[in-house]
Ligand binder design. Sequence first.
Ligand code: PLP
Length: 398
Amino acid sequence: MSSNVNEQMLTLGTQRSVIRELFEYGKKRAAVIGEENVFDFSIGNPSVPSPDSVNAAVAKLLSTMDPILLHGYTSAQGDAEARKRIADSLNRRFHKNYSKDTLYLTAGAAAALCCCLNGLCNPSDEVIIFAPYFPEYIVFTKGAQAKPVIIPADTQNFQIDFDALKSALNPMVKAVILNSPNNPSGAVYSESTVKRLAELLDAKSKEYGHPIYLISDEPYREIVFSDTIVPFLPDHYRNTLICYSWSKSLSLPGERLGYVLVPDTVEDCDLVYAAIAGAGRSLGYVNAPSLFQRVCAACADETSELRVYETNKNLLLKELRRMGYHVVEPGGTFYMFPRALMEDDVAFAERAKAHDLLIVPGSGFGCPGHVRISYCVPTERIEKSLSAFEALAKECLA
Ligand code: PLP
């Protein structure tokens, strides 16, 4: 029987994500036992404020710029001056010479990814996704009528299982999504991993007679710990498209600003850029939020005070390991992805709830047997949660 609505969209719109379920549960529980007694590690909302320069830029724009211009439509791809300032910032930091015309501004990394996937893929093209992955990749890829192909996780260190990747590659593969620093594992793909990936994709692109694009999703680029280096992918692979966002680095997830960068090294870069612009048009994503185009451009060299995430990581890592949890040390982000202490990660996360610990089962990230802890919370909350983690460990390891 045909439905009045699109069945796939109805499912997406009515199925609440596990993360949202937990978040809602946390709010209900907080009303009963007090917010400070719920250890909600479910959601990836930055816990530090934006730098003062963000508010200063907003105030300055509001007081000095013609409001008709400021709040008016910009070009579909974003205001030219804003794109120029963002390109200049990239050029300073990565020693490039990108022009404003390599940038397509979007409402966050989510829209940037959708523009890339819709711009590149024809129906039945395949998109490679490495587990553990940001669950929306599946939704975005299917939304672009392409087929997601999952490469199982290398749980030893959350780099890439190259044997699995090699056996998945075939001429239908149009793109590979790489997310580094990674949500949910916190892993940063090393230079040697990136080089090996680039060599393989180069060889396969030649063999198949068409480029395999590398879509680099990097909203956590600046959230890295100690001396970890995040390789700049266009330095290693010419057909890289970058999806970026200020949601995490400037703590602005609600303001929805990001971009697609199509470096001029990309094969047929003008064509690719035009297809991305076309996807933006077809999805109704033209003209990213106007005020924040200018704010992010003005603050493109800056970040929030991100050090607290490393403090939290160090504290949690040391304590969890002491309690008997197995954790691969994150190189960045504000997530860690320990092994569940029960075979079934969903049952383990459920058991954690009895201690008012809200952690997300790894199954939703394509990596069962693990759980994600989002430690973008005040450090004191982590200190307070340790006895709950310990009680849970004692119960499961007994
Ligand atoms: N990609 C990853 C890996 C993320 O974790 C997120 C958000 O949490 C996004 C993309 C979407 O970010 P945005 O808020 O910029 O749309």
